[in-house]
Design a protein around this ligand. Structure first.
Ligand SMILES: *[C@@H]1O[C@H](CO)[C@@H](O)[C@H](O)[C@H]1NC(C)=O
Ligand SMILES: *[C@@H]1O[C@H](CO)[C@@H](O)[C@H](O)[C@H]1NC(C)=O
Ligand SMILES: *[C@@H]1O[C@H](CO)[C@@H](O)[C@H](O)[C@H]1NC(C)=O
Ligand SMILES: *[C@@H]1O[C@H](CO)[C@@H](O)[C@H](O)[C@H]1NC(C)=O
Ligand SMILES: *[C@@H]1O[C@H](CO)[C@@H](O)[C@H](O)[C@H]1NC(C)=O
Ligand SMILES: *[C@@H]1O[C@H](CO)[C@@H](O)[C@H](O)[C@H]1NC(C)=O
Ligand SMILES: *[C@@H]1O[C@H](CO)[C@@H](O)[C@H](O)[C@H]1NC(C)=O
Ligand SMILES: *[C@@H]1O[C@H](CO)[C@@H](O)[C@H](O)[C@H]1NC(C)=O
Ligand SMILES: *[C@@H]1O[C@H](CO)[C@@H](O)[C@H](O)[C@H]1NC(C)=O
Ligand SMILES: *[C@@H]1O[C@H](CO)[C@@H](O)[C@H](O)[C@H]1NC(C)=O
Ligand SMILES: *[C@@H]1O[C@H](CO)[C@@H](O)[C@H](O)[C@H]1NC(C)=O
Ligand SMILES: *[C@@H]1O[C@H](CO)[C@@H](O)[C@H](O)[C@H]1NC(C)=O
Length: 360
């Protein structure tokens, strides 16, 4: 039967009229309430003060570099004036992120204040590599807790900040002349892992600041880690938009050394590293959606070796390999199966870490 087109149009318009309005579609949370852009639980509060310290730390890092290096030193590292300005602009982005989280915490008078920070860079290359790793810790640290926050409203605006942090991380890879993002997903880490990383650069805080309650794990070093700015010919790399530089391969031997628990670390050395784990057995490689375990071998005291994991793809054919880009490495006592939303269950099994490793 041939339906006259006028009839068809009528039929469609009746369908359109009978559809429910979008607001009536069942499900969703927080759609018809006044948003509360504030912590709603101790979990929220501790997550936001951790996030704020990360933003202060990044501000201090970029400011330190801009104060330390002359225009000539940036130019000698292959930075154009516009590249250098991009670092300046990222500093300004941090002011926005700091203000946002201060507002969530009741404004600048009520929020914790900036601490003193210290960064172990001597050259522009060191600064760029360190910034790439610190912004990776920042983005993954927030992605680890954002969907567990009680305040969905505050999570929304924090997510808007972390999207920019992820762009910063990518720019620093490009400043190193590395491929900008050899992966499809940003990994998540726990607050304890983010705090463990922050304690390494946070030297002293105002006495009025609240104590950060997340666990700090013993530190882990990868003593033969690939150097993101070193070229095979002995020179350093320079900024490039996209490149095909190989730093490490599946099967590489990785040398690990970690501290015993009980060290005084962090601001005013007022935090003690702890672990709930038993004997070290695995290296955990936290990357994309996946945590991949490789057995530790040649364990001797607090050192061991392991092999960089195989180039397994996340979802099979033509998807990216699980271990590529900047990976978090941990020492664990078991190969616990965790996925992004229950990742922090691994905390009870962490012997040491994280350390950052550039794979691929
Ligand atoms: C930062 O360090 C300076 C110099 O050591 C010190 O005077 C100041 O009190 C410290 N500030 C904080 C917030 O710890
Ligand atoms: C090292 O790299 C810089 C920046 O690309 C370049 O100016 C310099 O000539 C290189 N030096 C050597 C020895 O290749
Ligand atoms: C990494 O390589 C850079 C040269 O680009 C060098 O300045 C730096 O000292 C190296 N870092 C380490 C930890 O060896
Ligand atoms: C990237 O490098 C790999 C290994 O060196 C090589 O097989 C591949 O062809 C290169 N890709 C491009 C686009 O140059
Ligand atoms: C890790 O490396 C740092 C910096 O080189 C060093 O001070 C520390 O002693 C090392 N720790 C271990 C356990 O190797
Ligand atoms: C260290 O932390 C304790 C609470 O755990 C606090 O009473 C003390 O003031 C802190 N010391 C410094 C120097 O921040
Ligand atoms: C452990 O040490 C032995 C002897 O030094 C070496 O042959 C082996 O490759 C090491 N294992 C790993 C995984 O590096
Ligand atoms: C990586 O994680 C995703 C999400 O949990 C899962 O679907 C996928 O099978 C994992 N891939 C590998 C190689 O383990
Ligand atoms: C991978 O590709 C092979 C060959 O084209 C095909 O037989 C297989 O079904 C593919 N597997 C997946 C997970 O897509
Ligand atoms: C984490 O979640 C996955 C499902 O995504 C589940 O299979 C796994 O058992 C959970 N891990 C733990 C330690 O509960
Ligand atoms: C570690 O053990 C302490 C003491 O039993 C406990 O309070 C804490 O929740 C444990 N932490 C983790 C991550 O399991
Ligand atoms: C990592 O990603 C780069 C860029 O896509 C690719 O050339 C390289 O083969 C990958 N390496 C591994 C080990 O997957």
């Amino acid at each position: 039967m041939i339906v006259p087109s006028a009839l068809l149009a009528l039929a469609f318009s009746e369908v359109a009229f009978s559809l429910p309005s979008p607001a009536a579609i069942p499900g969703g949370a927080g759609l018809n309430e006044t948003p509360v852009y504030q912590p709603l639980s101790p979990f929220d509060y501790q997550s936001f003060i951790l996030g704020l310290n990360q933003e202060y730390l990044e501000f201090a890092l970029f400011q330190d570099a801009l104060n330390t290096f002359s225009d000539e030193q940036f130019a000698a590292a292959g930075f154009t004036p516009n590249d250098q300005y991009l670092v300046q602009y990222m500093l300004e982005q941090e002011v926005g992120h700091i203000t946002l989280i201060q507002n969530i915490l009741g404004g600048p008078d009520n929020a914790p204040k900036a601490c003193n920070y210290s960064f172990p860079f001597e050259t522009v290359q060191d600064f760029v590599d360190l910034s790439m790793k610190i912004t990776r810790t920042g983005e993954s640290g927030v992605f680890g807790f954002i969907d567990h926050l009680d305040s969905r409203a505050a999570a929304t605006v924090l997510g808007q900040a972390v999207a920019v942090e992820s762009r910063q991380q990518m720019v620093f890879r490009q400043f190193e002349g590395l491929f900008p993002f050899p992966y499809s997903f940003i990994p998540v880490i726990s607050q304890a892992m983010a705090w463990t990383a922050q304690t390494q650069f946070t030297t002293s805080c105002p006495a009025t600041n609240p104590k950060i309650e997340w666990q700090a794990f013993p530190y882990l070093n990868i003593t033969n880690a690939p150097n993101g700015t070193a070229l095979p010919d002995g020179n350093f790399s320079t900024p490039s938009l996209s490149s095909n530089r190989t730093l490490s391969q599946p099967g590489n031997t990785v040398n690990l050394a970690w501290d015993a628990p009980g060290m005084q670390v962090g601001p005013d050395k007022n935090y003690t590293t702890t672990t709930n784990a038993s004997a070290p057995k695995f290296a955990a490689w936290v990357s994309q959606l996946n945590t991949t375990y490789t057995p530790l071998t040649n364990i001797s005291g607090n050192t061991a070796q392991t092999l960089q994991p195989d180039a397994t793809t996340i979802f099979g054919n033509d998807t990216s390999t699980t271990v590529n880009g900047t990976i978090f490495v941990l020492i664990t006592d078991t190969d616990l199966y965790v996925t992004p939303f229950n990742f922090s269950l691994i905390d009870a099994h962490v012997v040491a870490g994280p350390a950052l490793y550039i794979a691929g």
